[in-house]
Design a protein around this ligand. Sequence first.
Ligand SMILES: [Zn+2]
Length: 167
Amino acid sequence: MGYKVLWAPWRMKYIAMHQGKTCIFCDARSKSDDESYVIFRSSNSFAMLNLYPYNTAHVMIAPYRHVNSFELLSDEELLDLMKLMRLVLKSIDSEYRPQGYNIGANLGRVAGAGIEDHLHLHIVPRWLGDTNYMPLIAGVKVIPEDINETYSRLRKSINEIFKLSSK
Ligand SMILES: [Zn+2]
């Protein structure tokens, strides 16, 4: 989805991070949560906001281990990743009430992977009418909420839901 995002000051930070060609997912392991926009960490995986969002509350989930395919995950890692996906969905549901989701992975550069060596899943909430005429005519997509606001809302919500579910 080759959209340009209007007014996105956080992109500068993202671009700066990429000049060193480090892996943003491995980076997120060592950096603090708010530096990397990590909203939740489970035992084998973690969830972070996408700094190039296709929509508000676009989350990515990834295993900690730097592997490039599902086949390389252990059963335990796979289960942990799927449980994390469920938790992310619950928290976006409660905070943003989307009407649907697009969930997916780009495996390999030919499929459009930006960071092709570290497996991750995109979770993109959808609302009726969110693909309006503007992206179609101008190749421009307006993200209605500032990413820092999304970050504090989702981090709070996901931690609350996790606490309730583990009681
Ligand atoms: Zn990595």
